[in-house]
Write a protein of this length. Structure first.
Length: 91
């Protein structure tokens, strides 16, 4: 949220309701023959709910990997790249 410059949602929504909304929007989009995915999909609901963390310890140990930038800076750069690459510039 910080990298995107948006506030976190204040109203908690049950996972099942959010998934239902994502499925409904995907279904409606397909029925209408839209090429672009809808703003809300079941995938977009699942990603932030189910946290995934990955360690770079093995890459450090075996390959001598050393990140040049931290996570926060990497997220900011990713948002900037995405906005520059995507028509309309919204992330």
């Amino acid at each position: 949220a910080a990298a995107l410059g948006v506030r976190l949602p204040r109203i908690p929504i049950p996972e099942s309701l959010a998934l239902l909304a994502g499925d409904a929007m995907e279904g409606a989009s397909k029925l209408l023959g839209r090429k672009e995915p809808p703003i809300l999909t079941s995938y977009r609901v699942r990603v932030p709910i189910h946290s995934t963390h990955f360690s770079n310890a093995k890459a450090k140990r075996l390959l001598g990997f050393s990140p040049k930038i931290g996570l926060d800076e990497g997220l900011l750069r990713t948002v900037e790249w995405y906005r520059a690459a995507k028509p309309g510039g919204r992330a």
